[in-house]
Structure formats: C-alpha cells, structure tokens
Ligand binder design. Structure first.
Ligand code: AMP
Length: 377
C-alpha cells in the first residue's frame, strides 16, 4: 500500500504501485518512466547531471553512480532497479543488487560491457562475428593486422558508444595514428565487414524466462550516430536473429530488453554488439508496436506478462540530432509522432526522435523521405 497525496492535500491509499529505480537519467530513463506511468509505476533516477532529462519527469537523485549513500537511497526508494546505459559501473550494480532485485544482472552487464568477452560469447554460441584479435601493445596491433588483415577497425574494449573509441585502418600508414589515438587502453582489432546493411533486433525476456522479439529494423548511421531505423519484414533473417538473441539471453539468464546489432552480409547475420538496455533502434515501438520496448522492459523486470510486439503497419524512426526542426512543419506531416527529450541543443546530441507510422510501404517511404528532408541532420 502507498499513500498518495493530491495537490489539494487529500490523501488516500492505493494498491499495485511499484517503485522503479533507474541508474542513469537520460532520454531512455525518461521514456521508461513515461511508459510506466499508465501502469501505475513510479520512478526515481540516479544521475550526476543536474540537467539529466529524465529528471524532468521523475524523482532525481543528483549523485554519482559509485556514491554508496546515493545507491542506498535509490534502493530505499525502489522495489526493483534497472539501468538505462551500458557504461554504468558494474560494481555499482552489484552494490545495488545486494539491496534489491536489479535487472539485467551485473553479470550480464559485465560480459556485454567488454567487446572482447561479448564477441567471445557470440562465437561460443555459434554466432558469426568479424575476425577479432586483442591489442594491448603496438606490437600486438601489428601482429593483429597480420591475422585480421586490412581494412580493419580498432576499438576500445570498453566505454565505446556512438562510434566513439574507434579507428578505421586501411593500410600500414594508419597504424601510427590509430595507436596514437587509442593506444593505452585495452583494445580489440576487428576485420572490417563489408556489409550490405546494418540491422538490429530488440528482444525482451522476463524474470520467468518468457521471451518476445520485435521485427528487425534496418539502421543507417552518420558519424557513428544512428540516424534512421526502419522496420523490415524478412522471415529468414528474423528467424536467424531471434535464434541468436534467444541463445544469448538464455546463456546470460538475461532479464529486460536487449538489442542485438548485426551486419547483414549476403544474407548472413554477423553479430556486432549487444546493448543490455532499451535501444534507440526500438524507439519506433512507442507508437509503432502494440507494446513499446519501454513498457516491455518494465513488464520483464517486474515479471509481468510481456506484451505483443507486432508492428502496426509501416514503421520508421528518424533521430533529431543537434537541433530540433520546426514542430509545426513536422507535425503537419500526417502519421508523424514527434518526441523531444527536453535537452539543450548541442552538436551531435540526440535531442529527440520522430516516429513514422503508415498503412503502406510507399506511403511510409514517402513520409520518411519528407521527414528526413525536414530535419536535415
Ligand atoms: P559499434 O560501436 O561497434 O556499434 O560500431 C559503430 C559503427 O561502426 C557500426 O554501426 C558500424 O557502422 C561501424 N562498424 C563497427 N564495427 C565494424 C566492422 N567490424 N566492420 C564494419 N563496420 C563496423
């Protein structure tokens, strides 16, 4: 039972009010909260940034992730906890898990935080990956190129996102600049995959082990940042991606939403990365799917029944990066839903997104092209 007090000062008790704690207070936390309010959930986020945008719609503890007092306060204020970005310190998740259920688990997070352990797990589960070699020294880099060949991508094993912490090598002249840029932290050299397109699969697994999958999306990036996602329907690729995601989530005893990013190379899915959280390529599900990825993440961590994941027709998403377009013009396009995250504009910053839902592919593609023209980012 919880006591609720209205602005007029009246108080009453209600049932079924579950408190969710979220480590991280960015737009993903914000959209989790917005999806949870209709279900009667309440939210507290922990984020050191005073202007963290989830804080506009949730209770916000403005403290560091490794501040034990803050973690204790978050735990005291929640029945279940989760996180909304993958670079949260594993130790913080473990400390939180001493006090209350946390999903996904610290163990799953730890494996997926390191590109090496992540890719080795993919390989152990029979998922194709790019050829890989670990690099700790400049000599390792030269040896790794010997085995992987050119072109290749040198990546930091940890803390990379939106294409940060990466250097592409085309030939021997790139070794020195690549080493100067990234040398010093544990690295991974990957063979460059000459893919046809990039795809991702968003999946959810509940505490009881029930699993659902959204339709695949085709994703386009610029400067390492996701620009567009468009739902595709391809039975063979969908089945293959679901097999991979299912195996991965079972092995990790994973709970919550997970996104598997893959390259489509000649109809073969090559696993690149698994994000242990709700994912940008799943934002279309807010209006486009029967149940959004945010709601299904909450249902999964609460061990509630998972909701249907089918798309309501043609669905696509365009990110709003750096600046927001004119809202009136954008909303003048029929079938468009606009989201602003309440963040200050800055170059390369994700400020919002647009979802496009249409009845037919041609109408949807026309609308997608119109939105892309309008947002011009
Ligand atoms: P990541 O941080 O691993 O998700 O990489 C960011 C982007 O870099 C991907 O979405 C791809 O566009 C590109 N990329 C990463 N790894 C490779 C690779 N091994 N081969 C080709 N492109 C890659």
């Amino acid at each position: 039972m919880q006591v609720v007090t209205s602005l007029a000062g009246e108080s009453w008790e209600i049932d079924q009010r579950v408190k969710i704690g979220i480590v991280g207070g960015g737009q993903l936390g914000r959209m989790l909260a917005l999806a949870g309010y209709p279900l009667g959930l309440t939210f507290t986020v922990l984020d050191p940034a005073a202007d963290a945008c989830a804080g506009q719609v949730t209770r916000h503890l403005v403290e560091g992730f490794d501040n034990d007092t803050a973690l204790a306060r978050l735990a005291a204020d929640a029945d279940v906890a989760t996180f909304e970005f993958e670079n949260v310190p594993v130790a913080a998740v473990r400390r939180l898990a001493d006090r209350l259920p946390v999903h996904p688990s610290a163990d799953a997070l730890e494996v997926l935080q390191d590109r090496l352990t992540e890719k080795r797990l993919f390989q152990a589960l029979g998922m194709p990956t790019a050829p890989i070699a670990t690099v700790d020294t400049r000599d390792d880099l030269v040896a790794a190129i010997g085995s992987v060949g050119y072109p290749a991508v040198l990546k930091t094993r940890r803390m990379g996102y939106d294409g940060r912490g990466q250097y592409r090598l085309q030939g021997a002249r790139d070794i020195t600049p690549a080493w100067q840029r990234l040398g010093g932290s544990p690295l991974l050299l990957e063979g460059y995959v000459d893919f046809r397109r990039e795809l991702s699969l968003v999946a959810a697994r509940s505490v009881s082990g029930d699993t659902v999958f959204y339709p695949l999306t085709e994703n386009t990036h610029r400067d390492g940042i996701l620009r567009t996602s468009r739902v595709i329907h391809d039975g063979m690729l969908q089945a293959s991606a679901e097999r991979h995601a299912h195996a991965l989530m079972r092995r990790l005893d994973y709970v919550g939403v997970l996104a598997l990013e893959m390259f489509d190379k000649d109809g073969v899915l090559i696993a690149n990365e698994a994000a242990p959280r709700v994912h940008n390529s799943g934002h279309w599900t807010i209006e486009g799917a029967v149940t959004s990825q945010f709601e299904n993440h909450l249902r999964a961590i609460l061990d509630w029944p998972l909701g249907r994941t089918d798309a309501r027709g043609y669905c696509a998403m365009v990110n709003l990066i750096g600046v927001l377009p004119d809202w009136r013009e954008l909303l003048g396009l029929p079938g468009v839903h606009a989201h602003s995250y309440g963040k200050a504009p800055a170059p390369g910053r994700k400020l919002g997104h647009v979802t496009i839902v249409a009845d037919t592919e041609s109408a949807g593609d026309d609308l997608l092209a119109a939105v892309i023209r309008l947002v011009a980012n």
